[in-house]
Design a protein around this ligand. Sequence first.
Ligand SMILES: [Zn+2]
Length: 116
Amino acid sequence: MHELAVTRSILKIVLDNTEKNGSSRVRKIFLQIGELRNLEEDWIQHYFDQISKGTPAEKAKIHVNKVPVVFKCKTCNKEFSASFREERKILCSHCQSFEYDLLSGREFIIEKIEVE
Ligand SMILES: [Zn+2]
């Protein structure tokens, strides 16, 4: 997912929400983003500043809570986390199995919007 496209969708949701609540200004936007999404907070803020000009969300501050990548092993049933920045094969850290499900890391959630 590209930051600009993502930022456009955030702005749209924020503005829809603002309109519904009859708020005049958006102060802060809290996002939850899984590490697998590979989105940079600085870029989201940068794009947001550009595309929100002239809207009630202009100058809103974006806060990103990164959600770690967590797997659940199908062999030993234990949970483990892994970083995708290291370019290597991911194995269960308990039993070295290749079989696992992804529990978290793909989140993209607007957690909270602070308005005036
Ligand atoms: Zn395991």
